[in-house]
Design a protein around this ligand. Structure first.
Ligand SMILES: [Zn+2]
Ligand SMILES: [Zn+2]
Length: 118
């Protein structure tokens, strides 16, 4: 958990991120955040990669359960799926309720039903 969201602007769809070890912040478009890809090339909708735009080749991978920062990370998954649809292809963009339910289900599968906090 080294690069994490600290705020989100709903109007511009821009996240402010903090790279903790390096103590710097940067802005990144929600659409520039991607779900990861499994070894077989299929999308993995349980993980989202956040690159640092200041350092090269530095990134954090966040699980849908949210790790040490469940509220912000779970919200990031919902925002991402609402904006672009889910990488798995089962949820289309533009439906926040569906995005929330979809991420919630992934989270429950990974971390149990008590984990979802938003
Ligand atoms: Zn950095
Ligand atoms: Zn999905």
């Amino acid at each position: 958990m080294s690069i994490r969201p600290i705020s989100y602007n709903e109007d511009t769809k821009i996240y402010r991120m903090l790279h903790e070890e390096e103590s710097h912040e940067f802005d990144i478009l929600l659409t520039d955040l991607q779900h990861t890809v499994k070894l077989d090339g299929s999308p993995n909708h349980d993980l989202i990669v956040v690159p640092c735009l200041v350092c090269s080749n530095t990134f954090s991978t966040h699980p849908v359960g949210g790790g040490a920062d469940p509220l912000n990370i779970q919200q990031l998954f919902v925002n991402k799926i609402t904006e672009t649809g889910c990488a798995c292809g089962n949820v289309e963009a533009g439906n926040e309720n569906l995005a929330d339910a979809h991420a919630h289900l992934s989270c429950a599968r990974m971390d149990g039903t008590e984990r979802w906090q938003i």
